[in-house]
Design a protein around this ligand. Sequence first.
Ligand code: ATP
Length: 236
Amino acid sequence: MNILTVRDLCAGYGATDVLHKVSFTVEQGSIVALLGANGAGKTTILRALSGLLPSRGLVEFGGTDLRQCSPARRVELGLAQIPQGRGTFGDFTVEENLAIGAYTINSKRQIKEDMERWYTAFPRLAERRRQQSGNLSGGEQQMLALARALMSRPKLLMCDEPSLGLAPAITEQIFEIFKSLNHDHGMTLLVVEQNADLTLQFAHTAYVLEAGDITVSGPASDLLRNEAVQQSYLGV
Ligand code: ATP
């Protein structure tokens, strides 16, 4: 079953469309990779799905047509985005950042339970819960951005270039966390990445975006063996 269906999505900035009728689906319970070079339009897709950018075309999430939904409503429905560059609030503590992530949740008890759950999953965040998040390392900030998004209890987590600025070993740790969120918590993930090699090893399905169009799609293992993908994105 598809949790997300995107059909003929067009979006851009001003009068210029960056996305030209992009269509793809995300199966519930899967990890989907959205790959492509700099400027292909990957971030534009995520911003359109989150409702931060006006768009045309169909976006259906969990059976709801998102076209009339505000960004906050989309979060309530279970769509969360971790923006490129993390988007954590550096002057606020780790705990305050997590509380902000739970802004759509009314139950204080639920917020407390979720905080404890993610502190258990990310002990580094627990140790630093009273520290200003601006002092965290890049990897810790990515974990905080992830935990903050999880505080909204998403059904689909969209992550924009999680590897950006991180050492390879830390990137691998982040991807291991994605894998366990998917495997142990049944979370569906849509991951935008330039690091195609690593992403294809973790994803089930992948799409390649070129100049606002999806040009290649299929099981991630097939894309790893695809000659055009190897030449353009895998440095083979
Ligand atoms: P990157 O990996 O560099 O973020 P991307 O695939 O995510 O690349 P987008 O950020 O979606 O690409 O950008 C797609 C195109 O839209 C680029 O040509 C970019 O210059 C343009 N663009 C992005 N943001 C804006 C903006 N705020 N105003 C005008 N043009 C923009």
